[in-house]
Design a protein around this ligand. Structure first.
Ligand SMILES: Cc1cc2nc3c(=O)[nH]c(=O)nc-3n(C[C@H](O)[C@H](O)[C@H](O)COP(=O)(O)OP(=O)(O)OC[C@H]3O[C@@H](n4cnc5c(N)ncnc54)[C@H](O)[C@@H]3O)c2cc1C
Length: 378
């Protein structure tokens, strides 16, 4: 901001938590700075939900072609071109990033590209390509997201250079055999995609069942669908060791399953064993945090005055729609429902409260909602 005035809100991190909050606050007339070191969109748009679905679409198209005979479609020698599928996925991502940037501009959000550090309430220090800058603001929202995968301490795993979600979406070929470590949602989605495009896929899960976060009925249906695609899911599998392949020799993933040790061959190993809160940029600020993430109350307030935290860095449900709508805890009565259903989330609600406070202090900046007409005048 050229006038040297502090922003109303400075947001650290431009993922679904940060950019949605910025758009909302911008629309309400608040002066907003959004600090992002990469392209806007965060994990979800760049290397998560969106590209994953774009690749899954390619996989589904390939399956339709392969099974085309059933529909009366004859396609000889159908093949899957991974590099082309990845290029299409990149185009989808670019389009969405462009869309978000346009929206941010339209809502007069200042997008500050650079590495941000939050040390104390009221300011974010940013290293931009043009030098250091201090972004001052009346309120700060920390939305730095998560990192992953959390690498399990399996001897030999690191040496085998396993795929994470980023590299798995950049391959230029379909691996012949893939071993997926972790039968959570992300692991199973990758398993499904790789099986659909012709890989032989085995999923190894330490817990006694797969997809534990998912509603049991949905999980049963998903497992049945994966089974039809040829995905082998082995639960209660304790991986003891990974021996890296050399040259054309595949990796060997050794696991104890049902009291015996089995070795699974893999051309690629994919690790999908969860993600942790990304707190490097805020570690010296004095924010109260646990292993799961920054601690907040139901209004996303942290222990520091004027400082809020949202999304994966809070770390209870690492989902894009949770990040976009700051959540508050559902009461005990709904604990039995699935995690996403048990989440009521309103980033917008938090932003609304912030805007109201700003409006009260400035009286004019945030446009007021038109008062409802009373029934008497209708
Ligand atoms: C493979 C995969 C598939 C997924 N699929 C789904 C799905 O289908 N549905 C769903 O709901 N969720 C899905 N998720 C989860 C979803 O992506 C996250 O929950 C969501 O992106 C969290 O949003 P966020 O804004 O909290 O964090 P992020 O999206 O991680 O964004 C944080 C942003 O902060 C920036 N940042 C961090 N530190 C700094 C710093 N110091 N300076 C400047 N910028 C910084 C980062 O560059 C990043 O852009 C998936 C995740 C993965 C990995």
């Amino acid at each position: 901001m050229s006038d040297g005035q502090p922003f109303d809100i400075a947001i650290l991190g431009g993922g679904p938590g940060g950019y949605v909050a910025a758009l909302y606050a911008g629309a309400k007339g608040a002066r907003v700075a959004l600090v992002e070191r990469d392209r806007v969109g965060g994990t979800c748009v760049l290397v998560g939900c969106i590209p994953k679905v774009a690749l899954a679409d390619s996989g589904a198209a390939f399956r339709l072609v392969r099974e085309g005979e059933v529909y009366g479609v004859k396609v000889a020698d159908a093949g899957f071109d991974m590099a082309k599928a990845v290029a299409r996925k990149d185009k989808v991502v670019d389009q969405l990033v462009g869309g978000i940037e346009t929206l941010l501009k339209a809502r007069k959000v200042e997008l500050i590209k650079g590495d941000g550090t939050f040390r104390a309430p009221g300011a974010i220090a940013v290293k931009t390509k043009d030098g250091d800058r201090e972004v001052r603001a009346k309120a700060v929202i920390v939305a730095t997201g998560s990192f992953g995968p959390l690498m399990p301490p399996i001897p030999g795993l690191k040496e085998a250079k396993p795929l994470d979600n980023v590299r798995a979406m950049q391959l230029d070929h379909v691996p012949k055999r893939v071993v997926v470590i972790g039968a959570g949602v992300i692991g199973m989605e990758f398993a499904s995609f790789f099986a659909e495009v012709g890989a032989q896929v085995t999923v190894l899960e330490l817990l006694p069942s797969a997809l534990v976060q998912v509603d049991p009925e949905l999980s049963r249906l998903a497992l049945r669908a994966l089974d039809k695609k040829g995905v082998k899911v082995i639960t209660g599998a304790k991986i003891t060791e990974v021996a890296s392949g050399v040259g054309k020799k595949p990796h060997q993933v050794k696991a104890e399953t049902g009291g015996k040790v089995e070795a699974f061959e893999a051309d690629e190993i994919l690790v999908a064993t969860g993600r942790g809160p990304l707190l490097d940029a805020v570690k010296d600020a004095g924010l109260k945090a646990s292993k799961r993430g920054i601690e907040t109350d139901d209004h996303m307030r942290t222990n520091l005055p004027g400082v809020y935290a949202i999304g994966d860095c809070v770390g209870v449900f690492q989902l894009a729609h949770v990040a976009s709508r700051t959540w508050r805890r559902w009461k005990a009565r709904s604990r039995s429902t699935t995690s996403s259903a048990a989440t009521v989330a309103w980033t917008t609600a938090s932003c609304r409260r912030l805007c109201t406070r700003i409006r009260r202090s400035r009286r004019s900046a945030c446009p007021r909602r038109r008062p409802r007409r009373s029934t008497a005048t209708r």
